[in-house]
Design a protein around this ligand. Structure first.
Ligand code: 13P
Length: 247
């Protein structure tokens, strides 16, 4: 039951060719643990740029995509276009897509199915809001979100599940290692009951929400934390330390 540690950087809508080029140079020159799968989520307009500059040992992800290959959908990009840029991953269901842009579970499920059918790997994000945690319904929320994703997945080898509590994103309030482990363990149990034991044992469940060079090691030591999805700190040289959290 060895799950390769997975660290995603989500650059969100940040950077320009100059600053991202500098970041990429730092990453290419950095000493990174070869046992870690690293994927950088670039803004769609910089996917080509990121893929052409980043060392091949790093993967690249789009931060969103639409649910069909092509057509009259102004402003959207398709998995086919992402793949055409040499990019193999997409982040779907991020809390900012859900809560700023109003994406529904249903749409996220449809996008997941289409991205996987198109051959992309999917970093599927789930996570409860603060009032939901305080209301004691964290499990209910993340299980419901996971079910819609699971209903749309045939091949789990291409899926990474990212638990990102909304209250921890961009707030500096990292979940404690115990809080992260507790939810990850329950998610694995849910997968065991509702998908299969093999999938529960093999799927990477990564944590996101204010991960830093300072908080990553203890989080990474938790049994069911298989990596991170990093926002702010993925734009800094500190990202290298997070990649090497297990080293
Ligand atoms: P921060 O690391 O900036 O909290 O962002 C987390 C995130 O949303 C990654 O997808």
């Amino acid at each position: 039951m060895s799950r390769k540690f997975f660290v995603g950087g989500n650059w969100k809508m940040n950077g320009d060719k100059k600053s991202l080029g500098d970041l990429i140079q730092t990453m290419n020159a950095g000493k990174v643990d070869a046992n870690v799968e690293v994927v950088c989520g670039a803004p769609s307009i910089y996917l080509d740029f990121a893929r052409s500059k980043l060392d091949q040992k790093f993967g690249v992800a789009a931060q969103n995509c639409y649910k069909v290959p092509k057509g009259a959908f102004t402003g959207e990009i398709s998995p086919a276009m992402i793949k055409d840029c040499g990019v193999n991953w997409v982040i779907l269901g991020h809390s900012e897509r859900r809560h700023v842009f109003g994406e529904s579970d249903e749409l996220i499920g449809q996008k997941t199915a289409h991205a996987l059918e198109s051959g992309l790997g999917v970093i599927a994000c789930i996570g409860e809001k603060l009032d939901e945690r305080e209301g004691g319904i964290t499990e209910k929320v993340v299980f419901a979100q996971t079910k819609v994703i699971a209903d749309n997945v045939k091949d789990w080898s291409k899926v990474v599940l990212a638990y990102e509590p909304v209250w921890a994103i961009g707030t500096g309030k990292t979940a404690s290692p115990q809080q992260a482990q507790e939810v990850h363990e329950k998610l694995r149990e849910w997968l065991k009951v509702n998908v299969s034991e093999a999938v529960a044992n093999s799927v990477r469940i990564i944590y996101g929400g204010s991960v830093t060079g300072g908080t990553c090691k203890e989080l990474a030591s938790q049994k069911d934390v298989d990596g991170f999805l990093v926002g702010g700190a993925s734009l800094k040289p500190e990202f290298i330390d997070i990649i090497n959290a297990k080293a």
